[in-house]
Design a protein around this ligand. Sequence first.
Ligand code: GLU
Ligand code: MG
Length: 453
Amino acid sequence: MRDRPSGIRTSQLDPHARRILERAELEGIELIRFLYADHGGVIRGKAASRSRLAERLGTGIGHTVAMMAMNMLDQLQDVEQLGPVGEVRIVPDPATYVPLPHAPGAAAMLSDLRRPDGSPWEACARTFLKDAIAELATEGYTLVAAFEPEFTLGRRLPDPTGGPDRLVPLDDSLCYANIGFDTAHDYAVKLVRALETQGLRVEHYHPELGPGQQELSIRHAPALRAADNHVLFRETARGVAMRMQMWATLAPKPLADQAGNGAHLHLSLWDDKVNVFGEDNDVRAAFIGGLLAHLPGLTALTCGSVNSFRRLAPRTWAGAYAVYGPDNREAAVRVCSALGESGEPNLELKTSDSSANPYLSLGAVIHAGLDGIRRGLDPGEPVGVDPDTLPGRYPRLPASLGEALDALEADEVLMEALGPLRRRAYVAVKRSEAAAFAAHDTAYELYHHVRAF
Ligand code: GLU
Ligand code: MG
């Protein structure tokens, strides 16, 4: 292969990088997006041109540290060490290269934010998840996960009076109704193809409860890959819609009076080749104990936006109570029964949506479960009823982002795991969002969450 204009000889590159360059050339890729998730939960990045890719694979692309102090309204927060002075690099993970079928000529790579010398940076969310996975490995376990995303498909309607644009749902089809497959058919087929091209294995798809609501689940994968997959899913669901002059959103509650969009988090814990969550045992019980004990604070990370708390209401199957139970769809933690002979039982955390940064969310879930295992936390009795039918009996999770942040700041395990810079930045960014939306009406909140997620 000939040398690249950057002056780097392809023969000097590792085989992974060489393969990416070859693929990019073959696939006619001009721009390669280096993507990361920020503290507001927004997926952002910069794109390298193909002619500079060889060099950029190694050095990454320079970026201001301040972007990790940006909230989801693009308002920069005042966070020490994340000001106008200072540089990180967006360094792509070569294993994650995918062409983007909905953006012909573009590819994407999931990236870490690193210091200029290449060492890990304390405010990188993907590094947080990698560290959590490594910590779990010290106890001999690996985590396999899948986000189960719901989203709303519709059209973007400008407000003639100059107010925020509105999302008009695509249809009024009923839950699982066959006619809903037809209204969203062209979109759904394009989405499946686009996801499969990127190596995401589509499990199933159906029209969900609310107007325009869809659900499409992706096969489980090792934790880091599961979070990477969810980033690609979010961007593909929205990108495919945009190419079809539609508007798709994974915002937790894009329509205030309709069903919310969850991203239930499916989890199984593996000890070598054994699924520890496959049956009732002390480790599974302790992991659940850890999740329940930390859920109030964890919610600030798994349901990370102001809009999340419109969704997180009782009697909506969103996981508003810190309880667990076998196939209990009102419990935050559902112990799922096995699907057929090849299926494995797993845990499902319902208190999770797509406005979260998936790396922070899954990393924090690992820390919570790990704390449960290390301390042998007792999850109590499983709950076999809708907890909302017994008022005052079961712990209700925070009802607002502000309450969840109070709980997070009081949670020593999660705060310690986040580390000084990340926790300062996260809390500042999220507090600023809570304050900003408190000063505006519902239409403003809905528009901004639909736009961002
Ligand atoms: N839409 C519900 C949520 O917000 C979930 C419904 C279901 O269990 O599929 O989490
Ligand atoms: Mg669903």
